[in-house]
Design a protein around this ligand. Structure first.
Ligand SMILES: NC(=O)c1ccc[n+]([C@@H]2O[C@H](COP(=O)([O-])OP(=O)(O)OC[C@H]3O[C@@H](n4cnc5c(N)ncnc54)[C@H](O)[C@@H]3O)[C@@H](O)[C@H]2O)c1
Length: 350
């Protein structure tokens, strides 16, 4: 005998991403704003002038990637239980990608799932982390190894928050913007080559184009079974660089910038991109003071570290390679010799 559970329902999780000054909003429910002391110090006053609720709580957690872990998740859960949050309550992520990932994760597991809204305050989180519903936290085995796909109810992007962002953090966000342009949108890339992102209206346009690009990809492949993996362009190499430098020397976007240069050299060797296109990407990265060089000390060890990547299997490594500008190829069939040749270009002695 069999019992069938017919679960093949189409669930519409669509949501809007607004890129504009925050509008005043009242929520007729319990709301918790989850943030950190830095963001709260800079911008909570402004947020509270826009958002009100039947009951409003502020949950502040320590600032930093090293706190994106189970202990902080437990602190947030504890606070929600103490305030008797229920399934109709709402969480608001107010901060960069760290806060966004953790708030998303808590909203996935609290009473098996409650709603949350993203209000991202770094450029990286505005153009990338807040969009697409990936949530997660780190553990002793690595970054983002625990998590779930759980889409927010909405994303409210107010570029005003970026006025207080340190320039390196700004550059790290630009790296993710460039990533999306190179892989999916040649016109966007050309726009970035001449755009001055320090101008607020141009920056807002770039954010809108990046968010649209990511939204289009996520709409095709929400759970990263295929094309969404292309958003990891620069990350296969970048993760090794972050690992080698113990997450201290480079911000994530900076490591991704070097990773993009390495991926481009791989594409060049495979005849997927021209020398001129490789140079154009490098020039654009340099325009935002992003690093484009790296000295590999031990090529074999660098290569072996590729296998720690979430996209790798025991025997294969997945590379995301640009095809010209605006195109991309996802492959686990790169010859080891070819990759070693590329890595040798970044060798100390060369
Ligand atoms: N879920 C996803 O799809 C996704 C995608 C990319 C990255 N991420 C995650 O995002 C995280 C990185 O995000 P991030 O770069 O925003 O880092 P972050 O959240 O650590 O923020 C960087 C720093 O900027 C501060 N900050 C935030 N807003 C500010 C503002 N307006 N002015 C001044 N300082 C401000 C933060 O307090 C922090 O010190 C990583 O944990 C990464 O794994 C997730």
């Amino acid at each position: 005998m069999k019992v069938n559970i017919p679960l093949k329902k189409v669930v519409d999780n669509s949501y809007d991403i607004t890129i504009d000054s925050l509008e005043k909003q009242y929520f007729d429910t319990k709301v918790a704003i989850i943030t950190n002391p830095k963001v709260a110090g800079l911008h909570l006053g402004y947020l509270l002038s826009k958002i009100s609720a039947k009951e409003l709580y502020i949950i502040t957690v320590p600032d930093g990637e090293e706190y994106k872990n189970q202990q902080t998740i437990d602190t947030i859960l504890e606070s929600l239980f103490n305030h008797r949050f229920n399934r109709k309550s709402l969480l608001i992520a107010f901060g960069g990608g760290v806060i966004g990932d953790m708030t998303g994760y808590v909203s996935t597991i609290y009473q098996r799932g409650i709603d949350f809204i993203q209000i991202p305050t770094t450029l990286l989180s505005q153009v990338d982390a807040s969009v697409g519903g990936k949530t997660g936290m780190n553990n002793s085995y690595g970054k983002n190894l625990i998590g779930a796909f759980h889409q927010p109810k909405s994303v409210l992007i107010d570029p005003l928050f970026l006025t207080t962002l340190p320039s390196r953090e700004f550059g790290a966000g630009v790296a993710e913007i460039i990533k999306m342009a190179v892989t999916f949108n040649k016109d966007f890339f050309t726009f970035l080559e001449t755009a001055d992102l320090t101008q607020s209206d141009i920056l807002q346009e770039a954010i809108q184009k990046a968010v649209q690009t990511k939204a289009d990809v996520v709409a095709q492949d929400e759970k990263e079974h295929g094309i969404r993996a292309a958003l990891n362009y620069g990350h296969t190499f970048g993760h090794v660089i972050e690992n080698e430098t113990k997450y201290k020397k480079y911000l994530h976007g900076e490591a991704v910038a070097i990773g993009m240069v390495m991926a481009n050299e791989t594409s060049l060797k495979m005849g997927l991109i021209s020398e001129d296109e490789v140079l154009r990407v490098k020039k654009l990265l340099e325009k935002y003071n992003l690093p484009v060089t790296y000295s590999i000390k031990d090529i074999d060890s660098f290569y072996e570290t590729f296998f720690l990547d979430k996209k790798s299997s025991d025997t294969t490594i997945t590379f995301i390679l640009p095809v010209g500008l605006g195109g991309v190829k996802i492959t686990d069939r790169c010859e080891k010799n070819l990759i070693i040749d590329v890595l040798n270009q970044f060798n100390d002695s060369v």
